[in-house]
Design a protein around this ligand. Structure first.
Ligand code: ZN
Length: 129
């Protein structure tokens, strides 16, 4: 699957919805390509008390449930459908899932294609200091 196809798949999962007074989800969607070649999807979940998690971690949970921890590529899109880079928590989370994930690539822009490696986003992980 190309990055454009990954981003298009992520856009199909965008579904901003308020599930009640204290719970919303689906404003951001992500597609991860595991090292096993499978693709995993997820959406953000936001709770009023501050709990919840990002689409990348939601997709990673599905991947880990499937027994994979290494991620080759990530395409994450916001409510406007455009790619967005991972937040600091997701950078750290993905880095700790597997040492291989320092090579995980993130889609930054579809046209022209622009990606960035996790090692560039998180150049000095605490495990190496
Ligand atoms: Zn995040």
């Amino acid at each position: 699957m190309t990055y454009k196809e990954m981003a298009a798949l992520a856009r199909t999962h965008l579904n901003p919805k308020q599930y009640g007074e204290f719970f919303s989800a689906g404003v951001v969607a992500a597609v991860l390509e595991g090292a096993n070649g499978k693709y995993y999807t997820g959406v953000n979940i936001d709770l009023a008390c501050g709990l919840g998690f990002c689409a990348e971690r939601s997709a990673a949970a599905a991947m880990i449930t499937d027994g994979e921890t290494a991620i080759r590529r990530v395409a994450c899109v916001g409510q406007d459908g455009k790619p967005m880079p991972p937040c600091g928590s997701c950078r750290e989370f993905i880095r700790q899932l597997s040492p291989e994930n320092e090579n995980t690539e993130f889609l930054l822009c579809e046209e022209p294609l622009e990606t960035i490696k996790l090692s560039e986003l998180l150049p000095s992980p605490w495990q190496k200091i």
